[in-house]
Ligand binder design. Structure first.
Ligand SMILES: [Fe+2]
Length: 441
């Protein structure tokens, strides 16, 4: 494991970065000189079509010891818990809640520990998303993975991830997130039992949400996104495994060296991390309950304006000050699908049963809202300014797509809480046709 001071970052979101681990390793004034400095190879990684509009065009130039093409042929490898066919099972519209997912006792690395819970669409047509949990306890050693199908947004819940990428090294602890985009090779190191959640999008890339009338500042600030500086190792290995997730399946190729041999790079297609504690919370300060879109950290837009293939939303510690208002989340039915997870603490609308390392899914148009206990308390409590969600971080992956569950998500994980629906059964009928408003003093 590298020391904390070994992790160095560049700050910014969507920026053009340039970084070199050896002085002068980046060619000056051009991308592909006849001979690159230090005898390096130039290689471009494209994150959008070559002809994508300038404002969305993504690519990075690597200057590496060997080009990525120096590997033996790919061969399929089996993975019992990866799934990309989300129509296999019969649909299930019920409210679902999972108890915390088990971390295996046997040695399991990040790739072996991937479990697909649900998803939509498919990676071949590049439309859809998938939701995973990862449960692992061992580092990947001499192996790396890249995702040919889309981008991974990784949310650690337990255990810090030491992620080596072609761009450099990132350390990502619980309450931080990272995004590793399509095609970027990475290897995950852990130092004990580790668990977290992953949102994969097939369509495109995450961007910061528009701020509209909020103005130029607020929510997640671009300067708080961190991208690793160039770091390389010149390490020959007899059998280095590079795994590609391609069309929902894993393939392995062997090469004779570490793929983390990029001495310098420049570009705007990069991995990055973000500490959720930096999120500037916007909220209602007079009355009523604002929609949870005010808590959007990142969004992967669809082609329909304002409608996301997937949003990453958090519910951070904050003040609640609204007057004459039922302050918890309102009851609702949504045209989007909502998958929630809990990093630590208790979620405000359900103090029991929704546990760190567990999850819930409220599919499109399936009713949900505060449980009976929460409704009773919030309907009668004195409305002084109070802190909400201190010591807590829950999040939501929200998608405009319908989510299909996998065998593991609905059965094999053995964590579905069959009693979840009961939390609403105690909601009483309070209707009184003779009700009169209380006279104002
Ligand atoms: Fe909801």
């Amino acid at each position: 494991m590298a020391k904390t001071e070994d992790y160095k970052y560049l700050s910014g979101f969507g920026s053009e970065f340039a970084t070199e681990a050896l002085p002068g390793a980046l060619p000056e004034g051009q991308n592909t000189p006849q001979v690159c400095p230090y005898g390096l190879y130039a290689e471009q990684l494209s994150g959008t079509a070559f002809t994508a509009p300038r404002e969305t065009n993504k690519r990075t130039w690597f200057y590496r010891i060997r080009p990525s093409v120096t590997h033996r042929p790919f061969a399929p490898i089996k993975h019992a818990f990866l799934e990309s066919d989300f129509r296999k099972r019969h649909p299930n519209p019920n409210q679902l809640r999972w108890k915390p997912f088990d971390i295996p006792k046997e040695e399991t690395d990040f790739v072996a520990g991937l479990r697909t819970v649900c998803g939509a669409g498919d990676p071949l047509s590049r439309n859809g998303c998938a939701i995973y949990v990862y449960v692992c306890n061992a580092s990947m050693g001499n192996s790396a993975i890249y995702n040919s199908d889309g981008d991974f947004l990784i949310v650690p819940q337990q255990g810090t991830l030491e992620i080596t990428t072609e761009f450099g090294r990132m350390r990502v602890a619980p309450n931080e997130i990272c995004v590793v985009q399509q095609g970027m090779k990475f290897s995950v190191g852990v130092s004990g039992p580790s668990r977290g959640y992953i949102l994969e999008v097939y369509n495109g890339h995450f961007v910061l949400p528009n701020l509209g009338p909020i103005g130029a500042n607020g929510l997640a600030s671009p300067r708080d996104f961190l991208t690793p500086v160039a770091w390389y190792e010149d390490r020959d290995v007899s059998e280095y495994r590079t795994i590609s997730k391609y069309q929902g399946h894993l393939f392995e190729s062997i090469q004779d060296h570490s793929p983390f041999d990029v001495v310098a790079w420049h570009g705007n297609y990069v991995p990055y991390k973000y500490d959720l504690k930096h999120f500037m919370v916007i909220n209602a300060t007079a009355f009523d309950h604002a929609d949870p879109s005010i808590f959007t950290v990142l969004t992967c837009p669809s082609t329909k304006p304002g409608t996301a293939i997937a949003d990453f939303v958090i519910f951070p510690p904050r003040w609640a000050v609204q007057e004459h208002t039922f302050r918890p989340p309102y009851y609702h039915r949504n045209c989007m699908s909502e998958f929630m997870g809990l990093i630590f603490g208790n979620y405000e609308a359900k103090e029991e049963g929704f546990m760190p390392g567990g999850a819930s899914l409220h599919s499109m148009m399936t009713p949900h809202g505060p449980d009976a206990q929460c409704f009773e308390t919030a309907s009668t409590v004195e409305l002084t300014p109070v802190r909400v969600a201190d010591g807590t971080q829950s999040f939501m992956f929200e998608t405009c797509l319908g989510l299909g569950l996998t065998d593991w998500g609905e059965e094999k994980c053995c964590k579905v809480d069959a009693d979840y629906y009961k939390c609403w059964q105690g909601l009483k009928k309070n209707f009184d046709p003779n009700w009169k408003p209380t006279p104002k003093a």
